[in-house]
Design a protein around this ligand. Sequence first.
Ligand SMILES: NC(=O)c1ccc[n+]([C@@H]2O[C@H](COP(=O)([O-])OP(=O)(O)OC[C@H]3O[C@@H](n4cnc5c(N)ncnc54)[C@H](OP(=O)(O)O)[C@@H]3O)[C@@H](O)[C@H]2O)c1
Length: 262
Amino acid sequence: MILDRFRVPGKVAVVTGSGRGIGAAAAVALAEAGADVVLSARTQADLEKVAERVARTGRRAHVVPADLSDPAAAGALAAAAVEAFGRLDIVVNNVGGTYPRPLLETTPEFLEEAFRFNVATAHALTTAAVPAMLEAGGGAVVSISSNMGRIAGRGFAAYGTVKAALAHWTRLAAVDLAPRIRVNAIAVGSVATSALDLVTSNAEIREKMESATPLRRIGDPEDVAAAILFLASSAGAYVTGKVLEVDGGLQAPNLDLGLPDL
Ligand SMILES: NC(=O)c1ccc[n+]([C@@H]2O[C@H](COP(=O)([O-])OP(=O)(O)OC[C@H]3O[C@@H](n4cnc5c(N)ncnc54)[C@H](OP(=O)(O)O)[C@@H]3O)[C@@H](O)[C@H]2O)c1
C-alpha cells in the first residue's frame, strides 16, 4: 500500500518550536503516523497541551522546555530523545523566524542573532542527532525555511537572508550526510499561526494577502505538516537536499509593509 510509506511506526522524532503553530501540527502529524515525539519550546503549558494531543494518538511525548535561541540547548534535544525513547530517527528544525525591519535599522547584531536562531540551532541539533540516526539505521531531517528566502520583499533582509542560508545549508548538509540521512527543507508561505496574528487579525490586510496568493488563502499548519510527513517518512525516500515550496503558489511577496523609498 502506498499509504504505508507515509507511516513512521516505532520511529522517534524531535520537533523544535512545537508548542504552537507549524511545530505543534508537525508533532501531532508524526505521532498520528506512528512516531514518539520530543517536544520543545519555552512555554511548558503549551507543550503539555500538544503532549496530550500526541497521547491521544496512542504515541508518547517527551516535553523539554528550553530557550532554543541557544544552539547548545537545541543540540541537547538529541540526547534527550535517546534518553527518553532509546533512539532518534527524525529531526524537524522548525524553530526560527525574526521580525521584519527596514534595512537601515537592521544592525549587524540583529542579523547575527537571526542567523543563530534560524541556522545555528538547526545545525547544532542536526549534527548532535547524526550519531543516533546512524545507529538507528538512517534518518531524515526537515527544516522550515520561508518563501522569503527565495523572493525579495522590502523589510525582510535579515529574515530572508537567514532563511536562504537555511535552504542552502540543507543542500550542503544533504551531500555530507548522504546516503543514510536525508536532509530537506520546506519554503513556507503565509500560514495562520500566532507568528502571523498581528497581520492576519486585520481583515483588510488578510484579504489583500489572500488575493495576492494564487491559491487565494492563507495556509494552515496542517498544509505544512503534511509536507513534513512526506519528507520525514519513506514516502520521501528518494528526496534529499531539496527545498519544497509550500506557499499557495507565491512567486512574489503577498505582504507589503509599506516601507517608503529612501
Ligand atoms: N507562519 C508563517 O507564515 C511562516 C512562514 C514562513 C516560515 N515560517 C517559519 O515556520 C516556523 C514556525 O513558525 P510558526 O508560524 O509556527 O510560529 P508560532 O506559531 O509563533 O510558533 C513558534 C513556536 O516556536 C516556539 N519558540 C519561539 N521562540 C522560541 C525560543 N527562543 N526557544 C524555543 N522555542 C521557541 C514557540 O513557543 P514559545 O514562544 O513558548 O517558546 C512556539 O511553540 C518558523 O521557523 C518560521 O520562521 C512561518
